[in-house]
Design a protein around this ligand. Sequence first.
Ligand SMILES: NC(=O)c1ccc[n+]([C@@H]2O[C@H](COP(=O)([O-])OP(=O)(O)OC[C@H]3O[C@@H](n4cnc5c(N)ncnc54)[C@H](OP(=O)(O)O)[C@@H]3O)[C@@H](O)[C@H]2O)c1
Length: 256
Amino acid sequence: MRVGIIGVGNIGSIIAKVLLKQGYELHLVNRHVDKLRKFEGLAHTYLEVEKLPELDALFLCVKPQDAIDALKKIPSYRTKRLLISTVTGVTIGEIASYVNDDVVRIMPNIPISIGKGVIGISYCKECLNRKGDVQSLLSPFGKLVEVDESLFPAVTALSGSGPAFIFVIIESLVDAGLKLGLSYETAMKLTIETFRGSSDLLEKEGKHPGELRHVVTSPAGTTIEGIYSLEREGLRGIIMKTIFDTYKRAVELQNS
Ligand SMILES: NC(=O)c1ccc[n+]([C@@H]2O[C@H](COP(=O)([O-])OP(=O)(O)OC[C@H]3O[C@@H](n4cnc5c(N)ncnc54)[C@H](OP(=O)(O)O)[C@@H]3O)[C@@H](O)[C@H]2O)c1
């Protein structure tokens, strides 16, 4: 399968590295040569979108303000490509008005680099019969979650930006461990394993998080003391507001 990527910045180069490991023949475009250098000898590289050859799938990974210009330059061939866009705020309809391809919109997050990402995905109406092809192309990146395209700003807020929020929370837990005398390494290991174990348990048991929280909260114990403090400080409200503010910005970007 011949796969192209327009824009090998942050997200495009992660996608390229994962696909190279899978053995795909890659065709990469970036308008400045510096971003292409690390792929020399590993992939075909181009400075201009117009130079792209006939491909089976093409990822569009440019900033929103560069998307229309790049779309106008994509050469058309007889093969109907899968055009997979990571571009925030540019709709399937807008993209389809510039190309004669089957358009798929995705919102990945950064753990796709190790195959543990989650990708919000929407398909154009015409390409529902190609879902299998898309799924096998994207499976090395992590899990796919299909959503209505109107919900993309919500996906951007929750899982697209989510790793940044999780990293801040992890950092604050590790700092708390340091304040209590644990080494950085010990505090980090305890924190990461607590996150991993709790989310694995939640997924495996399929229960509401409140139910599992209740199991570990004994009367007059330590956990209820922490929960009381957490509720008094309004942690739930802070987190919900964080996601809502991020969502509002994603909507603003979509409308601008
Ligand atoms: N980063 C994330 O975690 C993430 C997650 C989900 C979705 N997204 C979305 O994915 C898109 C890309 O984000 P990013 O962070 O990867 O951006 P980025 O680092 O700025 O990468 C975009 C790349 O596209 C290149 N480019 C722009 N127009 C081009 C053109 N006409 N021809 C060839 N190359 C062109 C840029 O080249 P130069 O810089 O060399 O000019 C740059 O290397 C954005 O729409 C973003 O919202 C990002």
